[in-house]
Design a protein around this ligand. Structure first.
Ligand SMILES: [Zn+2]
Length: 340
């Protein structure tokens, strides 16, 4: 997987960027109408309240937990505001209508095939029964479709609360519930299966008002020996640590920016044993380089970064990214945990 290169343009085509940014700006403006009602929260990983200022972005304040170093938005929109945001998001409708279809082939090749390989590999390594896999936040349905093509699991179920995206999943023939994991009825979810073997959730937990409720619900639904697989941004990775608020991983939707240790802690506190921590992300170096080239981020007086990211990019860029990926230093991470 690491041998493959990946560029941002392949998964978010340049010519669609402007349309997406305009819609996102309107979503943010709508979200911020509720700012007087935003609520302060404790650390979403360790529940402590001692923090220091991290950064501000798009009107949202981010703090860093002094206990586990999770960076999180507080005050933040309430659970109800967030539900409304996703149900009515122009940005998500645009992704569903334009960006996902335009980048689908490339996303399948560069992101979802490796992801499916990884999930199957984890299941084999940890002797997980290939019965029922539930994907939380299935989006455009690409993971489920690719997984279905492998004929590995007996049954795949997608949960997707955003109406347009849920409709797309259904059109793809995927068994879909237009719901969150917190709200879905467990008997409906189980259907003809006697248990859930795997819960997978890619790039979801960073969006949630209460990640602890989400993990608790996963723990409740999974039997002992069941596998939970999560991916999300890693705030201790190169892209986010270098760029801070300028990182594209920092926005009004990503209200929880965990690190491998803090997300592991959260899983462990709900009765999971973490069996795998990885940072499979492959875009860090390019994302920082792009901001240097466009002038939004300066690496003046940082000759090391200038050498790796600019002057000797052709030879050093890829091995540098490979190093970040291999050493848990990428800003995109994966955690696998088994229910005790
Ligand atoms: Zn914490």
């Amino acid at each position: 997987m690491m041998a493959e290169s990946l560029s941002e343009n392949e998964i978010r085509p340049q010519h669609l960027k402007k349309g997406q940014e305009e819609r996102y700006a309107r979503d943010v403006a709508r979200l911020m109408l509720n700012k007087p009602n935003f609520v302060e929260v404790n650390c979403p990983a360790c529940d402590r309240s001692e923090t220091e200022q991290a950064f501000q972005k798009l009107g949202l304040e981010f703090v860093k937990c002094l206990g586990c170093l999770t960076i999180y938005a507080s005050p933040r929109p309430t659970f109800e505001h967030m539900c409304d945001y996703y149900a009515n998001s122009e940005n998500y409708a645009y992704w569903n209508q334009y960006i996902f279809p335009a980048s689908e082939a490339m996303r399948t090749e560069k992101i979802f095939k490796p992801r499916v390989d990884l999930v199957i590999d984890l299941c084999r390594r940890f002797n997980i029964n290939p019965g029922l896999l539930v994907e939380i936040g299935a989006g455009f349905g690409t993971f489920c479709r690719e997984m279905a093509s492998r004929n590995y699991f007996q049954r795949l179920v997608a949960l997707e609360p955003t109406p347009d995206l849920a409709a797309t999943c259904r059109e793809e023939g995927i068994e879909t519930f237009e719901s969150t994991i917190e709200q879905v009825d467990s008997a409906d979810l189980l259907g003809s299966s006697n248990k859930i073997d795997v819960i997978a959730s890619f790039e979801v937990i960073e969006h949630l008002f209460a990640p602890t409720d989400f993990i608790a619900r996963c723990a409740q639904l999974l039997p002992s020996g069941g596998l939970l697989i999560l991916t999300c941004p890693n705030s201790a990775g190169f892209d986010i640590e270098t760029l801070g608020a300028l990182s594209s991983a920092v926005d009004t939707e990503h209200v929880n920016l965990f690190n491998p240790q803090s997300l592991s802690l959260l899983c462990e506190s709900h009765g999971f044993t973490v069996v795998e921590q990885q940072t499979p992300g492959r875009l860090d170096a390019e994302l920082v380089r792009d901001q240097v080239l466009s002038g939004t981020f300066s690496i003046e007086n940082q000759p090391f970064l200038e050498k790796v990211l600019i002057n000797e990019w052709e030879t050093l860029g890829k091995p540098f990214q490979d190093f970040l990926t291999a050493n848990k230093l990428s800003s995109n991470m994966l955690i696998a945990a088994i229910k005790n």
